[in-house]
Design a binder for this molecule. Structure first.
Ligand SMILES: Nc1ncnc2c1ncn2[C@@H]1O[C@H](COP(=O)(O)OP(=O)(O)O)[C@@H](O)[C@H]1O
Ligand SMILES: [Mg+2]
Length: 374
């Protein structure tokens, strides 16, 4: 099967030269002479690599590159930037915009073919890793913090692991992680090294070194606990990490932060299932409505969308499941009962609730949910 390359270049002469050079190597070529034409082509299908000229008639190639990186379908696609500008600053700008390679005009055909070949080989290797059976991605998302999302994720994950599933809990954010505390796995600082990697370096093999094991059988990729404004997680990295984890585990439970980010959008775009957590109060429901719209906008059409109601405190008149379902348009997958003592004991031990208080009502609920999700 020939790999497809989309060339985005407005100069007809250059377009012809590039097209002929790469066609001779056996690639299937398509062309677009503006950013708008390129986007229209991408609607019809995603190529294996994009060659992108910096100077386009409508939008700058740098802007288009940044835009492509924000879209889940092209977030991890190899992009080779092309430009007449040869200054170091221009190269840096290209790479900052998210290009994988930068080639300066006039183009040396041999260099171009070599760079295209290397980029495609790297992408193939990443895909090759994922050729085997892939785990499913379950994204946990809340309208606001403090709902009990991470606590529930950890216990549902551990309960799935107890059923014999390989499960990874992943906190895909650069800082303020809670997973390492809840599972007594250090400070999450070990993940720093992973965040420093470029998306192209992340695959199932390389990621296994960052995944930690808990005695419950749950595996975890915790975010650093500290405030780290110096660390970032972009959409390509998040996508590469999530995909790499699906090569390691049958279920990847991703703890997304309750605010929008390109990284979250990339993960939502590949999730098989999205679990929206909320407390059954008016504020809980209204913040969930906002988050549900956000999640829906980025989810795959085939993704299963449902709600997990967490009753952290016993309420005299909590919102009914039917009321929640009607307002959100998402089905309620389950309800978690209040269990402050069990949750506190679990935190004390650095273990999931299902391990710290296995016979409690809340643990039974987690076990039931794990069976439906596994
Ligand atoms: N079902 C529950 N009953 C009582 N307390 C809970 C329950 N679930 C979580 N908690 C507590 O609520 C607090 C916030 O939980 P956490 O999982 O960190 O929320 P989030 O991830 O949504 O910010 C924690 O102290 C946790 O122990
Ligand atoms: Mg949390």
């Amino acid at each position: 099967m020939n790999e497809r390359i989309l060339i985005v270049e407005d100069e007809p002469q250059m377009l012809r030269l590039l097209g002929m050079t790469l066609q001779k190597e056996g690639y299937q070529i398509s062309a677009a002479q503006s950013a708008a034409a390129a986007k229209a082509q991408l609607q019809a299908g995603i190529p294996d690599l994009i060659i992108l000229d910096v100077m386009l008639p409508d939008v700058s190639g740098l802007d288009l590159c940044q835009e492509l990186r924000r879209m889940p379908t092209t977030a991890a696609l190899p992009i080779l930037m092309l430009s007449a500008l040869g200054q170091v600053a221009d190269k840096v700008a290209g790479l900052k915009a998210g290009a994988d390679e930068y080639v300066v005009k006039p183009i040396d055909s041999l260099e171009l073919v070599a760079r295209v070949g290397a980029l495609l080989e790297r992408a193939r290797r990443m895909r090759g890793d994922s050729a085997g059976p892939r785990g499913k991605v379950i994204a946990f998302l809340a309208g606001k913090g403090g709902v009990g999302t991470t606590t529930s994720l950890v216990s549902i994950g551990a309960a799935m692991a107890a059923l014999g599933k390989r499960v990874v809990a992943a906190e895909l954010r650069p800082d303020q992680g809670q997973l390492s505390t809840l599972l007594n796995l250090g400070t999450g600082e070990s993940t720093q090294g992973l965040l420093a990697l470029d998306a192209a370096q992340i695959d199932s093999r390389s990621i296994s070194g960052w995944v930690l094991s808990h005695t419950s059988g749950l595996q975890a990729l915790p975010a650093p606990q500290a405030m780290r404004p110096d660390l970032h997680l972009d959409a390509r990295q998040a996508l590469a990490i999530a995909l790499a984890l699906t090569g390691l585990a049958e279920a990847v439970l991703v703890d997304l932060p309750p605010w929008p980010s390109p990284a979250s959008e990339a993960v939502l775009g590949i999730s098989d299932r999205i679990l929206l957590t909320l407390e059954p109060t008016r504020l809980g429901l209204e913040t969930a409505v906002v988050m549900a719209a956000y999640a829906k906008a980025h989810a795959r059409p085939a993704a299963e969308l449902s709600v997990l109601v967490i009753n952290r405190v016993p309420l005299a008149s909590p919102l009914a499941a039917r009321q929640i379902q009607e307002r959100l348009g998402w089905t309620v997958a389950g309800g978690i009962p209040p269990a402050p003592d069990e949750c506190a004991r679990a935190q004390q031990l650095g273990a999931p609730v299902v391990q710290a208080a296995p016979d409690s009502t809340i643990s039974q609920t987690f076990n039931t949910l794990a069976r439906t999700l596994a």
